[in-house]
Design a protein around this ligand. Structure first.
Ligand code: TXA
Ligand code: MG
Length: 335
């Protein structure tokens, strides 16, 4: 039995606290003892554990039902802390300077004395690192004084959480404490960029757009989703971010029993229960609403979720990536 399990059995859970100096101290103490704390970032809520504690890291995989081959992101307070975990060449440093704190995760080689548990990297010699742009997350990192491994705080394969309530729904008492920082500003996960090879490779579109990345580093390769022979990122599984209902993309019409996830001012006829990601057609607003609305429409009385077309540029790429995976066939969906 891991320390986290013992701790977990002794705590009245689920246990949610608003942001305050005291709740941050409590959260940091739990993390230093090897427990699990869900905390907000600007993208989505993370399920955090001390990245240097192998038992605590194992507890993340268990709580999420996450396959052991899918590595985790390490969150740190600044570039100096990142450099203790990974090797930053000039290019990686330039990216960090340009986008941190922010929704960019950099994959770099682990340092030879990297203190993060091997399971964080799922045994790879690289490590994913980011500095979140969120005051509460940064205070927690400073107070804990450890790198925090934190995947999105949901069951593996399910929709990511953008509020404390989503975390409680998804993980229940599998987490020792949930820090409530309100709704996440960005709403989709960080962009994952591998800078451990010759050309940077985009492994996951996210909160920082490819257009902005290219302005700083020039050419970027786009990894193919579902490139299962040689997955560059073990997290590039086809079905992911999936609600229970089937998801249908690029819908211009809907059947009467489908729930509609709309975008923009012109709505399909026959629509039922439409939630509009952004009536003005604003992609940032659509990203911020995406996961909350997918959850809200995911009800048994509908036959599926029909999603209207979303422009595929800027953060729209990240939105379409998540929707594509929500709509993907689900041969081996957990639960
Ligand atoms: O916005 C975010 O990135 C959120 C917040 C909490 O920071 N975190 C998040 O973590 O989305 P997660 O675990 O759901 O997604 C991490 C992604 C996965 O696709 C994983 O495969 C990839 O990053 N990844 C992590 N380490 C990697 C590595 N060493 N090499 C390649 N891909 C890696
Ligand atoms: Mg995730």
């Amino acid at each position: 039995m891991t320390l986290s399990h013992q701790l977990h059995q002794n705590l009245p859970v689920p246990h949610t606290l608003p942001s305050s100096a005291t709740s941050i101290l409590e959260a940091a103490a739990i993390l230093r003892r090897g427990g699990l704390v869900a905390f907000p970032t600007e993208t989505v809520y993370g399920l955090g554990a001390d990245a240097t504690n192998a038992d605590a890291v194992a507890a993340i995989f268990e709580a999420k039902g996450r396959p052991a081959y899918n590595p985790l992101i390490c969150h740190v307070a600044n570039l100096a802390a990142a450099k203790r975990l990974g090797e930053f060449d000039a290019r990686a440093e330039k990216l960090a300077q340009a986008f941190w704190p922010g929704a960019l995760t950099l994959i770099v080689k682990r340092t030879s004395d990297c203190p993060a548990a091997a399971a964080v990297s799922a045994g790879l010699d690289s490590i994913a690192i980011r500095v979140p742009d969120h005051e509460l997350a940064l205070s927690l990192l400073v107070e804990t004084d450890r790198p925090l491994a934190a995947p999105s705080a949901n069951r593996s394969g399910a929709v990511s959480p953008t509020s404390a309530g989503h975390v409680a729904q998804s993980l229940g008492d599998n987490v020792d404490l949930i820090l409530d920082g309100g709704n996440c500003r960005v709403g989709v996960e960080s962009t994952v960029l591998a800078v451990d090879g010759a050309t940077p490779v985009l492994l996951r579109p996210g909160g920082i757009t490819i257009e902005d990345l290219r302005k700083v580093v020039g050419p970027i390769e786009l990894a193919e989703i579902g490139d299962t022979d040689q997955p560059k990122s073990p997290g590039m599984l086809e079905s992911h971010y999936a609600p229970n209902l089937a998801v249908r993309m690029n819908a211009h019409t809907a059947t009467p029993d489908e729930a509609v996830l709309a975008f923009g001012p012109v709505l399909p006829e026959n629509l039922n229960a439409a939630l509009n990601l952004s009536p003005d057609g604003n992609l940032d607003q659509a990203a911020a609403n995406l996961f909350d609305y997918l959850r809200a429409l995911d009800q048994d009385n509908y036959t599926g979720i029909a999603v209207m077309p979303i422009p595929d540029h800027g953060i729209g790429r990240a939105i379409n990536d998540r929707l594509r995976r929500a709509a993907a066939p689900r041969p081996s969906r957990p639960e």
